[in-house]
Design a protein around this ligand. Sequence first.
Ligand code: ADP
Ligand code: ZN
Ligand code: ZN
Length: 742
Amino acid sequence: MIAEVIINSTAKKLNKTFDYHIPKELEDYIVIGSKVLVPFANFKAPEEAYVVRIKEKSDFKVKDIIKIEDNLTDKQIELAEWMAKKYFCNVSDCIKLMLAPGTKNKKRENRISYKKINAIYPKKGIEEIEIDIETGNIKTDKQKKVLRFVINNPGCMVSEIEMFTDCTRGVVNTLIKKGYLEIIEKKIERNPLIGKNIEKSKKLKLTDEQQIAYNKIEKAIDTYKQFLLFGVTGSGKTEIYLQLIEKVLKNKKSAIMLVPEISLTPQIINRFIARFGKEEIAVLHSKLSIGERYDEWNRIKEGKAKIVIGARSAIFAPVQNLGIIIIDEEHDSSYKSEMLPKYQAKEIAKKIAQNENCPLVLGSATPEITTYYKSEIGEIERLELTKRANKSELPKVEIIDLKQELANGNHSMLSRELYNSIEENIKKKEQTILFLNRRGFSTFIMCRECGYTVKCKNCNISLTYHKYENKLKCHYCGYEESIAKTCPECGSNKIRYFGTGTQKLEQEIQKQFKGIKTIRMDIDTVSKKNSHEKILETFKEENIDILIGTQMVVKGHHFPNVTLVGAIAADSSLNIDDYRANERTFQTLTQVAGRAGRGEKAGKVIIQTYNPDNFSIQCSQKQDYNEFYKTEKALREQLKYPPFCDIIVMNFNGTSQDKITKLANRVYKYLNERKELEEFKILRPMPSPIDKIQNKYRWRIIIKGNINEEANETLNICLKKIYKMNQKDIRVSIDINPNNMI
Ligand code: ADP
Ligand code: ZN
Ligand code: ZN
């Protein structure tokens, strides 16, 4: 037998199949989807490859497959081939998403050692240890804590003990010396949910609205169908997800639920653990160590965990017998991958749901315009929840005109109204969230004399000022430099920083409200493992007065004691150069507003803006999605933007501006001559808005039109022709409806 394989390589030239002979002894094991090792070209080490087809004979003289390593299913291979065409990438790039994490690892032996760990077990009997704790043979609290932890989590690692008990390695060593604990090298699964003890929750009696939505989806549970669960924040969407999953499990099937990376907080995971127990659940996200992800992946593959909760890439989890896919906060931009392969998880989910014959549920309070449009034309069935499930009122939203504030002589970041409300909240001992969308609003340095701004040497963009390190940094390439006291251009010493970041806001708040407690959440403060959770937990548990943060604070958290939310500069997302500016503004403000008054106390929201008349700001005040949708849809139809057409961006990247323009113009001419693209509007090659990153020039051709199979094929052929020309110094790639137009 002969296997057609795809070599695991990002080289464009290798995006095709090669034939290999399957040795007799492997015939029973190699299937479509097998990951194998093959000799390739004149390489010394064997290469990894994936079997995509099996056939009787080959026209070539073929070599033997050396070894089999892992298996995918034929469905997964089909999906990978479909993806590669659709998203203009290598099949092997797509296959990699479907393999256990860490398997493309040059040091293969290392990966295996992930599974062999030093596990800590109790050495004496549990009763015996308990007696020793009671009678005072175990003296220190730390030792007691560690022993209790190990009894509850036999087989845990020292690092887990450190993490969950706050005790050091030394305490463990003492207990080993005393003969209470022992180390056993073991193949063990490390469930990241270990250490969580959560009270069971019972399913709630659904409200009428919830029941109607539930019934509709439940009826379709063995068929492919797409639903949009459109419900205001707090309307009980999550409760519906929980009950649908319960139903799916009863049918002996499994479930995938995607949530935005940032809302993968203990709050949401705990709700699922409380309902289903931790054994049933696997969590996949980027903060897990690679070993943890590897283990979660295998628990899913072996059918031990039937509920997968994860960010975008969890859509590729190797679940068996899939019964439902749920995508929460479906409007979130993190579902679109910005790395190769540049896929949209919602499109993958749809394909998988079709393959597996199961429903796909998209949930949101502010659906993406495109999704809502599909529900209008009948491609998706829309189910609405109009009321909050726990009867709490939607908060009052006020708009403050910052131009007016300035005219009245108020130059601070807080309007009078917001200042007074914060003061009142502090007195009432209720909590406040202040939200500052830093994008396009970060601090930069400018000379007041000549207007000089400090830009990155490698990328053509302003450097951002980081106060605590007193440095200027490039957010694209990491370049940093210290701050000049005089302008390098004109020598003036009037060089100042402008704009407002979260750091500056926190400082100003502490100056204005003496002695209050604040906590800040932004990219700088959450880069450590778990610190995102920790910040939110601290805010809740310790009753910190004010949480200050970027976009991160707006996603699905539930804080009953938060009664005031302030958006410091609502316009910052309006001024980005992107057709989705209105949509993003409306979504963000509506989500922000949804954070206030989720408990028994009423909530208040204050939106500060320089554009009080903008319709996305006004609609978010009224929390009126329908009006927003109508206005925005009309705009998009007129200007030809999604959903009325796709934006296809062909990127050219390289060190020589000259070579890029030559190639781009040739491609432009070629595309214009294609009959299959007649209906498409192809724009002239232009430099991208950020025309240089890391010393690479960036040009692009934008194509507008509805992408179909024919056009897709034509573009794939075009790319192949470019790769054949072997332009090593120019990288060409295609992105459909990218998140960023920069
Ligand atoms: P969403 O996911 O739409 O934001 P949640 O499911 O988080 O809404 O529900 C918001 C709050 O309402 C939660 O505290 C939840 O426990 C409560 N809740 C949801 N459904 C019900 C119900 N049927 N009866 C009572 N309370 C409910
Ligand atoms: Zn100057
Ligand atoms: Zn840079």
